[in-house]
Write a protein that binds this ligand. Sequence first.
Ligand code: M6R
Length: 371
Amino acid sequence: EKGGEPHFMRKEILEQPRALRDTLCGRVGLDGLPRLEELALGAGEARALEHVELIACGTSWHAGLVATRHLAELARLRASAEVASEYRYRPALPLGAEGGGKALVVAVSQSGETADTLAAMRAAAAGGARPVAVVNVVGSSIAREAEGVLYTRAGPEISVASTKAFSTQVATLFLLAAHLGRLRGTLSESGARELLAALGRVPDQLEAMLPEVAAQARALAPRLLDKRGALYLGRGYGFPLALEGALKLKEITYLHADGYPAGEMKHGPIALVGPQTLVVVVAPQDRLHAKTLSNLEEVKARDGFVVAIGTEGDRELARLADAVFWLPPAPEPLNPLLAAAPLQLLAYELSVALGRDVDQPRNLAKSVTVE
Ligand code: M6R
């Protein structure tokens, strides 16, 4: 059942190319443009939207945070991603046509059974929204109660630490952003074609890089056994990835880990940096690359051990980091799909090296059905 792997988590990480192919299947037309008829959202409705509210917990919330950036870039929509346990109890603001809010509410959940996400979705519906859901488990409570569902098609995820669910959520939400961008006229046909063609290449790119990344993570883990904690840094699309990397590490190694926007480093977290701090920096080639590198210089000056995730051929990054996981070149909005796997494999190998229970970490359940 683990497909010959020692743990479900490793099996599920390595399955991501297949899972992503399933996510994309039939959702990009022969014309190379997004097809999300399953959502039944008309152009008029899409143009009237003023903002998007994503609600989720844990890893699904991180996928929502990635999507806020995709929605801004592709569909010129203001978007927020809020933790469901906060959303459900905040003062209710009108969301429907009568309130004039014109918000699209999107619940994101692997299991479709997370109590807080379900309750937040109900609160949004009570406020006049017609929530849609991005869910993995078919027929789950959230899928049944939503007005429209986009299934992520990751297949069953058994390991408590979510991996393939995350990348398929990111890909599904990316398609949603591209679809809204087309309906709203903010994403040109040629722009959409280019992005979706690049998206179509991601499963092959991942397949090609995974063996090397897995071997590298295995070799690296023994060098990290003396680390007392970890700081994950990233900017733009890299920031939600930093949060996700830190959550993976916390869950399955029990080491303390924090995710921060790299630009916040000077506002506090740099005090943590020293030889026993692992600093993981998500630094693919993007608009903010130079700024992230200068943060890295400051970490090196304080003897932090730096593991970087960067784009092939980046000599400057290779010079500054103690180890680098290399990603193939991709358009900036697609970097999260490539950067997730090294973060997952790093946490996985360190968990194994520390002798932790990888698939069933202490104190955690796969789906949190009580608040
Ligand atoms: O099933 P959901 O996506 O709603 O679950 C949300 C979180 O409980 C989940 O992502 C959790 O944070 C994972 N264990 C993270 O690896």
